[in-house]
Design a protein around this ligand. Structure first.
Ligand code: SF4
Length: 84
């Protein structure tokens, strides 16, 4: 189900529909602690001492959408999912 939501989000994003708020989620079992998400969007993602990334802003503002999307695409283990 989360993967379906992720795909739906991309479809809506590509078509330019902006009428919803994204909610990034880290799937802990998949995160390898590389820190790429934090590097791309430190306003939303934070790598902590336990070696995992955490979402520190669950409702990013519109101006962070592109950075969040970039982090999702750049995550090497596909550990970041997006919900409405
Ligand atoms: S980019 Fe992906 S694997 Fe790397 S720290 Fe972030 S969530 Fe974890």
């Amino acid at each position: 189900m989360p993967r379906l939501i992720k795909i739906s989000w991309y479809v809506l994003h590509i078509t330019g529909w902006e009428g919803f708020t994204i909610k990034p989620i880290i799937v802990e079992d998949l995160c390898i602690g590389c820190g790429i998400c934090e590097t791309i969007c430190p306003e939303v993602f934070e790598l902590r001492d336990d070696g995992l990334a955490y979402v520190i802003d669950e409702s990013p503002s519109d101006d962070l959408k592109e950075a969040v999307e970039e982090a999702v695409e750049a995550c090497p283990s596909e550990a970041i999912e997006l919900e409405e």
